[in-house]
Ligand binder design. Structure first.
Ligand SMILES: CC(C)(COP(=O)(O)OP(=O)(O)OC[C@H]1O[C@@H](n2cnc3c(N)ncnc32)[C@H](O)[C@@H]1OP(=O)(O)O)[C@@H](O)C(=O)NCCC(=O)NCCS
Length: 275
């Protein structure tokens, strides 16, 4: 049985208390970035053409992004990587990748990496981190919305084109945009109390537990595609009507459900597009 990682005070650039032997710290050297690329390859099983290369990790680190790794001894077991962006004059971080090696999943490490990313961002004056995630991935959705407090109110159709990762199962790379408003009441409440604030639910969007099996099977993939198409329409209509994803529920069988409502905090510049 695995021991969950203890929550700890995250101090970037220093060793962080975690599960015995695991520390979370920034990555800055080419060797550390190479380890990130190797872990990326292992986790997503991308073809070389789809891999984010070492050179982009270097650039991210040099221009105001940040790469943060989880190390067991010298061995990298997880990382999160962000690049800087700007929206209507406001700087923010776009978190492009979060990965935890298979052997170290479900210990709380993914969440700890994101919390370290938040601490670093706040210390450097950012108030927003965004990232995209596949709305068919039940685990990621739960982590993003319920455990971290991100919201979603934008949907991108086939963002990267069809990718070589088996995690995608050959489906269009549709993505929800997670907005993580680091100083919002919602995020601080979730991080302090561990519980998401309640809200009036206006709509739910289901993801069946069989989705992973359907994506992985050539003969059943069409069912995953049907769910994707149905949910895509529901998200697009709901977002056009001003609703936002504010909650996520998992059922006992392993299925997932997005909970949509109206977000009443005034953090808005992320949803404005620059022409
Ligand atoms: C997404 C990922 C980074 C999460 O890392 P992790 O260290 O396993 O995540 P954590 O342990 O911090 O938290 C995951 C949460 O999801 C829950 N979870 C675990 N398995 C689950 C499942 N099958 N379905 C739903 N939720 C699940 C966990 O219980 C935990 O919630 P809890 O804290 O309430 O218990 C990791 O699974 C991964 O690398 N996946 C592949 C790459 C990827 O999809 N990256 C993210 C998109 S860029």
């Amino acid at each position: 049985m695995t021991t969950p990682i203890k929550s700890s005070t995250l101090v970037l650039g220093k060793l962080v208390q975690g599960r015995d032997g695991i520390v979370i710290r920034t990555c800055t050297t080419p060797e550390e970035f190479k380890a990130c690329v190797l872990l990326q390859k292992e986790v997503w099983q991308f073809a070389d053409i789809d891999l984010v290369p070492v050179r982009l990790f270097v650039v991210a680190d040099k221009i105001g992004g940040r790469v943060i790794g989880a190390f067991e001894g010298d061995h990298l077991v997880g990382f999160v990587m962000a690049i800087p962006g700007s929206r209507t004059g406001h700087p923010y971080l776009h978190s492009h990748m979060l990965a935890v090696g298979e052997s170290h999943r479900n210990l709380g490490l993914g969440r700890q990496l994101k919390l370290a990313q938040r601490e670093d961002a706040l210390a450097r004056g950012f108030e927003l981190i965004e990232w995209t995630f596949d709305p068919l991935e039940i685990k990621n959705a739960f982590l993003n919305i319920e455990r971290l407090g991100a919201i979603a109110r934008r949907y991108t159709i086939n963002q990267y084109g069809v990718s070589s990762s088996p995690l995608q199962g050959g489906l269009p790379t549709d993505r929800l945009v997670a907005e993580w408003w680091l100083k919002s009441k919602r995020v601080t409440a979730i991080l302090q109390a561990g519980v998401r604030p309640g809200f009036p639910q206006l709509l739910t969007i289901d993801v069946p537990r069989e989705i992973y099996a359907w994506k992985a099977s050539e003969s059943e993939r069409v069912r995953a595609r049907d769910v994707q198409s149905r949910n895509r329409e529901m998200f697009l209509q709901a977002f056009a009507a001003g609703k936002a994803v504010l909650g996520y529920e998992r059922d006992k069988q392993g299925g997932g459900k997005f909970l949509l409502g109206e977000w009443n905090e005034d953090w808005s510049y992320a949803s404005k597009h620059e022409d």
